[in-house]
Design a protein around this ligand. Sequence first.
Ligand code: FES
Length: 102
Amino acid sequence: MANWVKITNIDEIPFMGSRKILIKDKEIAVFKTKDNSIFAVNNECPHKQGNLSEGLVHENQVTCPLHNWDIDLKTGEAQGNDCGCTKTYESKIEKDILYIAI
Ligand code: FES
C-alpha cells in the first residue's frame, strides 16, 4: 500500500522548474511542467548521477545539467540513444497540497 508523504503547496514548485526534497535520506526532484503537471523522480541521472533538479525542463522531460541526457519525467527513462532509467514516484494533489507515494 502506498505511503503518501505530504510535500508542499504546489505553488511552491516553480513553473517549468523543480524543487529538491529529502525524504528518508532519498533526494527526490519534483518538477512542474509547462502544462502544470507534477512529476517526482529520484534526483539522480541514470548516466553519472547528475542532479536532475538542476536540469532544464521542457515538455515532459528534463535535460540533465552534466551531459545533456534527456530524461522522460513520466517514465524516468533516458531518451534517444541513451540508456538508463531513474526511479519515478506517484504523486497526487489534494487542496493544492502535493503528496508523493514513497
Ligand atoms: S550525469 Fe546526467 S547526462 Fe551524464
